[in-house]
Design a protein around this ligand. Structure first.
Ligand code: ZN
Length: 272
C-alpha cells in the first residue's frame, strides 16, 4: 500500500532515531566528501575527446521509422556507455586509485561499526555513544571483505557514471551542441561527483542497516520489523516491506531497497 506517511518522519524525528539518522547523515556526508575528493584527483586529465568525436559522427539521422529510431538510440546509448566505461576504467590504474579504495574501505567499516552502535542504541532506547562517529573501530572488520566491497562500490559507480555521461552526450549531440560544449558537459559530469554520492550513500546505507541487524541479533532479537522512513510519502516497495512485518531475522529485507531509500529496521514490536 503506497500513499501513506512514513513511520519515521525524517523531518520530525526525536529521541534515539533522531540520533541514529544524524549519525548516518554525518557518516554519509564525510564519505561523500572524501571519496569525491579522491575521485577528482584520479579523473583529472582524463581525456574523452576521441569518444566525443565518435559520438558526434554517429549521431542518428532524423526521421524514419520511429521504432527503428528508438532501437538505434538504445543501441547508441549502450555502445557509447561502453566506450566511456572503457576510458573510465583506465583511472583504476592511476596512482591515486588505491587511495580512493582506501577511503571507501574506511567509510564502509565506519558505517558498519556505527550501524552496530545504532542497533544497540535502538535496542536500549538510549542514544548513548551515537555522538561519536568513530574511526576504524569495527571489531568485526574483515579486510578482504571490505576491500572486495569497496571495489564493488567503485565498479558500480564507474558503470553508472558511464551511463550518465553517455546519455548526456547523446542528448547534447541530438540537440546540436558544439564540440566544446560537449567537452565541458563531459568534464562537469566527470567531476561533479553526483553519481559517486548516490552510489556511496546507498552502499553505506546497506552496511549501516546490516550493522544494526548484527547488533539486534547479538542482543538475542529473533524477529525484525522493517521501518519506513522519509519526508512525505512512502514508495510502494518500502510500504509493502513494512506491511509484511515481522520477519525472522534471517529474512528481513535490509534497506535501502532502492537508491535514496532511508528506511531502517528495528526489533519486532518496538514502539516508534
Ligand atoms: Zn525505503
Amino acid at each position: 500500500m503506497a500513499d501513506r506517511a512514513p513511520t519515521l518522519n525524517l523531518g520530525a524525528l526525536s529521541g534515539v532515531w533522531a540520533s541514529v539518522y544524524a549519525l548516518r547523515d554525518r557518516l554519509e556526508a564525510a564519505a561523500d566528501r572524501e571519496v569525491i575528493a579522491e575521485w577528482r584527483s584520479v579523473v583529472e586529465g582524463l581525456d574523452l575527446t576521441d569518444v566525443i568525436a565518435t559520438v558526434e559522427q554517429s549521431a542518428p539521422a532524423a526521421g524514419g521509422d520511429p521504432a527503428a529510431a528508438a532501437l538505434r538510440r538504445r543501441h547508441l546509448q549502450q555502445v557509447t556507455a561502453a566506450a566511456v566505461l572503457a576510458r573510465l576504467t583506465m583511472v583504476t590504474r592511476a596512482p591515486g586509485w588505491p587511495a580512493l579504495i582506501a577511503v571507501l574501505v574506511a567509510a564502509l567499516r565506519r558505517a558498519r561499526a556505527a550501524g552496530q552502535r545504532a542497533g544497540h542504541a535502538v535496542g536500549d532506547g538510549s542514544d548513548d555513544g551515537l555522538d561519536d562517529d568513530g574511526q576504524d573501530d569495527d571489531a568485526s572488520g574483515d579486510d578482504a571483505r571490505d576491500q572486495v566491497s569497496a571495489y564493488d562500490v567503485a565498479a558500480a559507480a564507474l558503470k553508472a557514471l558511464a551511463a550518465v555521461v553517455a546519455r548526456q552526450l547523446l542528448a547534447a549531440v541530438a540537440g546540436g551542441s558544439s564540440t566544446s560544449a560537449l567537452a565541458s558537459l563531459v568534464a562537469t559530469a566527470l567531476s561533479d561527483g553526483l553519481v559517486w554520492t548516490l552510489t556511496v550513500t546507498t552502499a553505506l546505507g546497506v552496511v549501516f542497516t546490516t550493522g544494526m541487524g548484527t547488533a539486534y541479533a547479538a542482543r538475542g532479537v529473533l524477529q525484525f520489523d522493517f521501518v519506513t522512513a522519509g519526508d512525505a510519502s512512502v514508495c510502494a516497495t518500502c510500504a509493502d516491506a513494512e506491511d509484511a512485518n515481522p520477519y525472522p531475522a534471517a529474512s528481513v529485507p535490509f534497506p535501502p531497497l532502492h537508491p535514496n531509500c532511508r528506511c531502517s529496521i528495528e526489533p519486532a514490536g518496538s514502539e516508534d
